[in-house]
Design a protein around this ligand. Structure first.
Ligand SMILES: [Zn+2]
Length: 288
């Protein structure tokens, strides 16, 4: 296990990016609506292999006032096809976060790489009984009877995703606090539903003392700056996901705020610039 925590401040809010390793996924999933030759050329231009890509898996811990908030929770368990991720609970502990100190969890959505950590062995027992788990009402509702007709995932994934989300809803039912469109979890910490990736997909907006940072969950992938219209294989409504991505990237570029996203290379703190009709990824500087 590699120690992987990155501390960052947004005004008075403490932000810790924690990696849950990497997910090895087919390159085609970055843009399944694109001519394979165009996709292969992009991957080559980016010095990436053509077949299997390593996707970062970032989760975040936010401290504001007296609250300690987990934003997503990694994949948690070691899925047979994803051997390089699944130690989120250990990495959280290694980063100095005691699960018993966590007051709130915010889930961007209920795919297993975002909520699975809370289902790993022994985790729930360490969490407080009065823990609040915030998720969009549309997300909880979606997973009662999820639609996978528009996704493009490797075999086995839809079943694993369905199973994990159902189990999550069952195990954390009494802790769930659903919201419609947005909810202020703590001073300067607002979760906002975007839809697209999943119907209840949400982003977390942080603002304090003139600083701003958005945790975008799965609204943005590495290819999404240059090709925001490429459909990601995990998107349940890819057209809407692309609209959400463009809207969010435009806003982040205009605000000049920082961006962190689940599957951008760790620690993923970056800025967004407008580049003609598309966008440019501007990596943040490492802060010691
Ligand atoms: Zn994801």
């Amino acid at each position: 296990m590699v120690p992987s925590r990155y501390a960052h401040r947004v005004g008075k809010i403490d932000v810790l990016v924690i990696s849950d390793g990497v997910l090895s996924l087919p390159g085609a999933m970055l843009g399944h609506n694109v001519d394979p030759a165009v996709r292969a050329a992009w991957l080559e231009d980016m010095f990436l292999p053509p077949d299997v890509l390593e996707w970062a898996l970032n989760a975040v811990v936010v401290r504001s006032g007296d609250l300690t908030i987990l934003v997503d929770a990694g994949i948690g368990e070691e899925f047979p096809d994803l051997p390089r991720a699944g130690l989120w609970a250990q990495r959280l502990e290694a980063a100095g976060i005691d699960p018993a100190s966590v007051t709130d969890v915010v889930l961007t959505h209920m795919h297993m790489d975002h909520c699975g950590g809370l289902l790993a062995d022994g985790v729930k027992e360490q969490l407080r009984p009065d823990l609040r788990v915030h998720v969009a009402a549309a997300e909880a509702e979606f997973w009662e009877s999820p639609d996978f007709s528009r996704v493009s995932m490797p075999p086995g994934f839809p079943d694993a995703l369905r199973r994990t989300a159902k189990r999550f809803l069952k195990e954390y039912h009494s802790q769930l606090r659903t919201f419609e469109n947005d909810y202020e979890v703590a001073p300067g910490v607002v979760v906002q539903r975007t839809g697209g990736h999943t119907p209840g997909h949400s982003v977390v907006r942080l603002a304090s003392g003139g600083d701003r940072l958005t945790f975008a969950g799965d609204a943005v992938f590495s290819v999404g700056f240059e090709h925001p219209d490429w459909f990601n294989g995990f998107e349940h409504d890819p057209e809407e996901a692309a609209r959400v991505r463009v809207r969010l990237l435009r806003e982040l570029a205009a605000n000049r705020e920082s961006l962190v996203a689940t599957h951008l290379s760790f620690p993923s703190v970056c800025h967004v610039a407008v580049d003609g009709d598309v966008f440019r990824w501007v990596p943040g500087l490492w802060e010691y």
